[in-house]
Design a protein around this ligand. Sequence first.
Ligand code: 13P
Length: 244
Amino acid sequence: MRTPLLAANWKMNGSREFAERFFTELNLEGVKSGVVVCPSFPYLGLVADAAEKSGGFSLGAQDLSQEPKGAFTGEVSASMLLDWNTRYVIVGHSERRSLYGETSELVAKKFVAAQEAGLTPILCVGETLEEREQERTLEVVAEQLQAVADIIDSAGWKQSVIAYEPVWAIGTGKTATPDEAQAVHAFIRSQLGDLGAEVQILYGGSVKSANARELFAQADIDGALVGGASLDAGEFAEICRAAV
Ligand code: 13P
């Protein structure tokens, strides 16, 4: 039985004032899923404190370095994230891949760096609109997964979460239909080998309370990675409540 997981990816949004207000407004009563909030690095401490006080959610980061330490100006290591009781870390978000040139090979190294430190990586995969129109969705997703599979052993998927985020659905208001998403989620699960049945596979791309329930009703959709709608504490809590 996979417990649903709901992750808020604030991206480069928010402020100290926003984060403080968010947690005074966030009411997770009636939520049965796991909940993760991923702020920008400067707010990790603030969110860690809020998580400790309320106990209702975990802390996640949006990225990490593949290196453990050293002369890498601007980077943040897995052990630094652990210092703030971070439990999850997003790796390979499509914005990191497309805007910052992260290759699948680099993403795979980040995945391993996170896991070796004891963090749970949330590995993002997904196709662009062009790739979908060329009917290459499964091929693209398989390649993104394979880069990780190449450098982990078969047990490596166990301590991980996958997020299927079709690039064309991110921040666009367009969502994959439940059937479209389910087909890719089932494919992803089939690629994860024996441990596939245990891995939480989240959907991401314009998830809101109005469409969450029908997505979560799909057999292989175990929750969501939520961008824009996670900036509103009330709306995010509604999405969390939709997962049972
Ligand atoms: P939106 O929910 O804003 O489409 O963003 C999805 C996403 O990229 C989460 O990581």
